[in-house]
Design a protein around this ligand. Sequence first.
Ligand code: HEC
Length: 142
Amino acid sequence: MKHVKKTVTVAAVALTLGLASGLTFASVTDQVPADAKGVTNPVEADDEDVLKAAKKVYKKKCKKCHGKKGNGKGPGAKDMEPSPPDWTGGIDATDGELFWLTMNGSKDTEMKGWKEGSAKAGKEITDEQAWSLVHYMRSLVK
Ligand code: HEC
């Protein structure tokens, strides 16, 4: 009977691990620390210049994966797993979550963070640019 018990234990452990990882990364925003989720965007949303400046940064640093229209189909995202999200149908994340993911990246994916120390030297973006990009992402929703 000993090996039956062992099999049951192994199955239980596998199930627990599977459930735990499934629950932890069910959504890309689950990895955002609780205190970062509700932070308010300090940059004005209805400022033309903000969107213009953000578009420039987006074209240079985000477009190749996220796509010109934000549909996640940039030329650099072919066969990427997970693939970048399609923002055009709506964004199911708070400003704080979008900001945090922009700066810190998404664990174990091609989405690398853009804050100082995460991005390559000279490529990092400022907090203001990231918050402006959050407005730009929302402007891509059709
Ligand atoms: C090399 C490809 C690549 C580049 C460049 C890139 N991303 Fe991403 N991004 C991804 C991928 C892939 C994901 C999906 C990650 C996941 O599902 O865990 C993602 C996810 C995200 C998310 C979280 C998704 C969501 O809707 O909550 C945000 C926010 C984001 N990217 C912002 C940006 C911004 C802003 C830039 C430019 C400054 C950028 N990314 C550049 C590949 C990229």
